[in-house]
Design a protein around this ligand. Structure first.
Ligand code: SD4
Length: 337
């Protein structure tokens, strides 16, 4: 073979070699659009997001639509149907982040049905990132949102009345163990089913842009004024359009302490796949206090730029929902303890 022929062959075979390379999770190509969300309630949320993603819409619009879907669901622990704080007041936290690292959030907002849309307005209409409490509500009202009633949903009222009997301040989140948590543990229904108070979702659109949103009523029976991880950028949600995005559910205080979702994205930047990145963040929490970790739950969910996804939790019970044009299903998360 002369040199010229060798070079010609080389230039032909190089792309072939590249396309044959298979990625870590077996995906040969980037999967997009895609939306992944926390919990099984994420199935309906993903449907709402998919209406936008499947029409080549923007991931930002999709995650907002997904979050609005669950905020609209009556008797759901997310949104105004959620469980109140220890004073009987429902306060909501939410944030949103787009592919350019624009972000907005509201914390402790009362009587507003769609905190995620207020968060988006904070992002788009103000030079700020977070508005809280009365100021967030005032901003919402000035921007066309209406004040909703203070009446608790039936589920929330029952749970609150039950909790009042002991008024025990004991953060218990998402550990699927009614025996351990007692009859008035947040989110457990008489039929044994569990309702979760936080929805986090991240999506990649057909232009490969990532966005995410979180919406929650926060920890049930919390101290009035308490803010969890959900509206904190880098804790409950982080998006880096070069690398990937992550969201969390569980005991927010533990997630805040390690800047959880930012950490997950940084692990993905170092080359870890989404599940391993989530696992490493969980390890960070558990290592800090292994005894305490036995009593609490945190789960991370991540998506990278190739459309690979993965989750990891401290305890058994965390699940997540995935929607692409090839699949639409709920996966159990792996867990550590
Ligand atoms: C919080 N992270 O307020 C939220 C609670 C949660 O499923 O995720 N519940 O701490």
């Amino acid at each position: 073979m002369n040199r010229r022929k060798f070079l010609q062959l080389g230039s032909l075979s190089a792309p072939l070699l590249l396309t044959k390379k298979t990625m870590a999770n077996g995906f040969d190509e980037t999967i997009k659009p895609i939306v992944v969300s926390t919990w099984d309630s994420g199935m309906a949320v993903n449907e709402a997001a998919w209406k936008i993603l499947s029409l080549n819409g923007r991931a930002l619009d999709a995650v907002e639509a997904g979050a609005r879907q669950i905020e609209d669901t009556i008797n759901c622990c997310v949104g105004l149907g959620g469980y109140p704080d220890r004073d009987g007041i429902v306060t909501l936290d939410s944030c949103i982040m787009d592919e350019q690292s624009n972000c907005g959030a509201v914390a402790g907002i009362e009587r507003i049905k769609h905190p995620v849309s207020v968060a988006r307005m904070v992002m788009e209409k103000t030079p700020h990132v977070i508005l809280v409490g009365a100021g967030a509500q005032q901003f919402a009202l000035e921007n066309g949102f209406t004040l909703e009633s203070t009446t608790l949903s039936d589920d929330a009222r029952k749970a609150y009345e039950g909790w009042l009997k002991k008024s025990e301040y004991k953060p218990v989140i998402n550990i699927e163990n009614k025996k351990q948590n007692g009859p008035f543990a947040p989110n457990f229904f008489d039929d044994g089913s569990v309702n979760h108070d936080t929805m986090g979702l991240v999506a990649m659109d057909s232009s490969s842009n990532l966005s995410g949103a979180v919406t929650t009523s926060g920890m049930a029976f919390k101290v009035h004024g308490r803010v969890g991880d959900s509206p904190i950028i880098g804790a409950g949600l982080f998006v880096d359009n070069e690398i990937g995005a992550a969201t969390s559910s569980g005991l927010g205080e533990e997630v805040i302490r390690i800047c959880g979702t930012h950490l997950v994205v940084e692990f993905m930047r170092q080359g870890y796949d989404p599940e391993t990145a989530c696992k490493k963040a969980v390890e960070r929490i558990v290592k800090r206090n292994p005894e305490k970790a036995k009593t609490l739950q945190v789960g991370f969910l991540a998506l990278n730029k190739k459309g690979q996804y993965g989750a990891y939790a401290i305890q058994k019970g965390f699940v997540f929902s995935v929607k692409t044009d090839k699949e639409n299903r709920i996966y159990p998360s792996k867990y550590m303890l």
